[in-house]
Design a protein around this ligand. Sequence first.
Ligand SMILES: Cc1cc2nc3c(=O)[nH]c(=O)nc-3n(C[C@H](O)[C@H](O)[C@H](O)COP(=O)(O)OP(=O)(O)OC[C@H]3O[C@@H](n4cnc5c(N)ncnc54)[C@H](O)[C@@H]3O)c2cc1C
Length: 481
Amino acid sequence: MQTDYKLHFAYGFYSYIYKIYGLFMDHLKHFKNIFQDRVTVSPAELCCYSADGSQVKGKPDFVIFPKTTDEVSQILAYANSHLIPVTARGAGTGLAGGAVPVKGGIVLDMSQMNRLISIDINNIQVTVEAGIVADKLNEALKPYGFFFPPDPGSAATCTVGGQIANNASGMRCVKYGTTKNYVLDLEVVLADGSVIHTGTNCLKSSIGYDLSRLYVGSEGTLGIITKAVLKIAPLPKFRKLVMISFPSPENAGLSVSRVFAAGVTPSACEILDKTSVSILTKLDPDVIFPRDGDVVLFEADGSSKNAVDEAAELIASACEEISNSILITDDPVKMKEIWDARRLLGAAVSKLDPTKTRIYVGEDLGVPIQKLPAMIAKVYEITSEVGITPMIYGHVGDGTIHVGLFIDVLDENEWKKLDIAADKLHLAAIDLGGTISSEHGIGAARGAYMEKQCGSAFFVMKAVKNALDPNGILNPGKLGL
Ligand SMILES: Cc1cc2nc3c(=O)[nH]c(=O)nc-3n(C[C@H](O)[C@H](O)[C@H](O)COP(=O)(O)OP(=O)(O)OC[C@H]3O[C@@H](n4cnc5c(N)ncnc54)[C@H](O)[C@@H]3O)c2cc1C
C-alpha cells in the first residue's frame, strides 16, 4: 500500500516536471522563432543575470535582448497571456536588487536599445532609447555645451532607462535636481503589450495625471520604458571646489544647512567621514585630502567667474567657525583628482579590511538637511551598539547619507548583526521624517518598510499596480507590492 502511494507520488511529481519542462520548451521555441540568438537560456549567461550590485539573488529562465519597441511589445503580450514574470534590466548596477528576477521568468536586457535618436538644442531636449549609457549621452552633448545633469556614481555604465526607473541622482542633484526633473515624455510598453506616451515634448504641460512622474521610480513594475524625451541644461563655464575638514561628522552635517542659510546653493556637496577618507588615503597615499577630520566637498559652479568666486567665499565663511581647515581651488587638475577619488570610494572599500565585505543594506538613508547631524549621530550610535564598523559618505546637500556596513560574510553572527543594524537605521530615518531610500530605490531589499514609510499611500500604490498590471507579471517581488 505504502509502495503504491510512493509510486503514485513519483508519477505525479515527474509528470508535473515534464509538464513544466514542456511549457518551458514551448516558450523557448516561441522566443527563438522571433529572436534567434537574441534569446539565451545558457546556464552561464543566466548566472550573469542573477544579481546586480546588491546582495539580492534570483535566476531568470530566459534572457532576451530586444532591439525595438515592437519587440518589447511582442514579448510582454506573450508573457502576459502565459503569466511569465518580466524584469527589465539596464546595466544591472542597481543596489537594491531591482533588476534581479526574484521570481524567475524573462529578463529583458535593454542594452541593445541604446540609440541617441535626436539632440534638439533649440528646444533644450534630447530623445533617447532607454538602454543608452548615461555617460555616452553626456559625451554626445558636450560639444554643444550642454549636459544631462543627473550624474550617479555609476554613470560610466548605467543606462538612462535604469536611471529613470530608479529616479537616480548624484553629486550635482543638489543644484540641478534629480532624474525626475528632466523627464518630459516616456514611451512605455504596458503589461499587455500596448504602447503609451506619458507626456509631451513641451518644457511644461498640464494634461491631467503626471504619468511621466508615475513611471519615474517605478522600478519596472508598471511598464517597460523604451524611449525618453529628456530636458538638458547648459554646461556651467566655471567651477570652484571648497574642501573643508571638520572635527566631527556631526559638524560636517551641520555645515550643509549653514551653507544654504548663507544664501548659496552649491552644485555639489559630499560628505566623507574619517573612515571614508582613510580608505581613500590607503588607496592613494598622495591624494590631497585633509587627514585631520571628516570632510565635506562643496562645489560652486556658474556662468560667471565672479559669482562662482563669491559663492566659494560664502561657503568658506559659513563653515569657518565649525571647521578644522579649508582649501579652495579652481585648479582643474586638483579638482579632477579630488572628484575622481570621491567616485572611487564605492569600489575602494575593500581597502578598509580585506577580510570584510561591504553589504548594501541600510545604505541609502535620506533626511531633511537640518536633521543631518542627528541622523549621522544615530548611525554611529546604532552601529556601535550592534558592533559593526560603519563608513558614512554621500550627497549630503540633498540629505543623502550612504552608510557602508562591513562584515565577514563567512560569519553567520555578523549577518544577524547586519540585519539588526539595517533595520534600526531604516526606522531611525523614518522617525526623523526621512526616507529609507534617497536614490537607490526599494527593489527586493527594502520592500518590508514600504507600509511604514508611505502609510496609506502604499495602498494607493498597490491599487495603481493592480490596475496597470493585473496579472502581476512586471518585476514581481519588488517595492513590497
Ligand atoms: C558604483 C556605483 C555607484 C552608484 N552611484 C549612484 C548614485 O550616485 N546615485 C544613484 O541614484 N544611484 C547610484 N547607483 C545605483 C545605480 O547605479 C543607479 O540606480 C542606476 O541608475 C541604475 O541603472 P541601471 O541601468 O544599472 O539599472 P538596473 O540596475 O539594470 O535596473 C534598475 C531598476 O530599473 C529597472 N529598469 C531598468 N531599465 C528599465 C527600463 N527600460 N524600463 C523599466 N524599468 C527599467 C529595473 O527593473 C530595476 O528595477 C550606483 C551604483 C553603483 C554600482
